[in-house]
Design a protein around this ligand. Sequence first.
Ligand code: ADP
Ligand code: MG
Length: 304
Amino acid sequence: MTLKAENVSRFYGTQKALDNVSLELKQGEIVALLGPNGAGKSTMMKIITCYLPQNEGNVWVCGHNVTTESIKVREIVGYLPEHNPLYLDMYVREYLEFVAGLHKLGKKTKARVAEMIEQTGLGPEQHKQIGALSKGYRQRVGIAQALIHDPQVLILDEPTSGLDPNQLVDIRQLVKEAGKHKTVLLSTHIMQEVEAVCDRVVIINKGQIVADAPTRELQLLNQSNRVIQVEFEQKPNVESLRSIEGVMEVQEISEKEVKVFTQSTQDLRSVIFKWAVNNKHVILSMVYEDQSIEQVFRQLTFEV
Ligand code: ADP
Ligand code: MG
């Protein structure tokens, strides 16, 4: 496990910002930490990156404990904090050389800075003062500093917040590119971001993890999709069910129960019923769900 958090809790005074959070990331995964404001995303990230100690639980990054081996963890983790704090009066190159110095890159500094400028598309702006850059370019500087020591794990706290649509696409592309060779945890409250970038999504609300699933599973629930839950008297032939026209995926939820994800806006219940009759299956119940990915998120994260 590249990143492992076990029963992590964090209090601010009497407020419990993280409540018994456990999380695991495998090598090479890009995982979204999705949640509304105040959910505890930044707190979790500060703990993983050794900026803030937890009150309870343990976190390991590539097997190193964040409490007892914090220097080692900092060497292998790249971190873009929320709101991307930068020294606005420093020049792009100067700042990246400064960060490279913090990581003791020594003789490799010049080459590595040049590489980062190239990789993050900072070329045209590399001679400017950071304060003179647009938000999109500042974000590139933030990502460049997070990557400069070639970390194994990247922690990005709302890397696209406040960007215009073009900048957004560029930064997502950068993150995806970086994620090809690294394990990435990024926080966001934007659903589309998860779909565009992440393999898996962990939904956090009020300091607790309320869902952890591959993005594809949540995508199957997206707006134009419908889900029909069917209970059979006996174990159904799932392969045959999958071959029905309009069916995108069939998920077995128990021996005799399945969730049928359908792409079309048409109601496939009668088709499934006929299929059952033809295949000598008896249907005990059929429940029709029509939920969007937003609804799933809202159900999990908002009070009713
Ligand atoms: P998110 O990043 O998901 O928006 P945070 O981790 O920043 O959430 O915050 C989680 C909760 O902890 C919020 O209720 C927030 O107000 C509180 N909190 C965060 N930082 C502090 C702090 N330094 N002092 C007191 N409360 C804090
Ligand atoms: Mg935050």
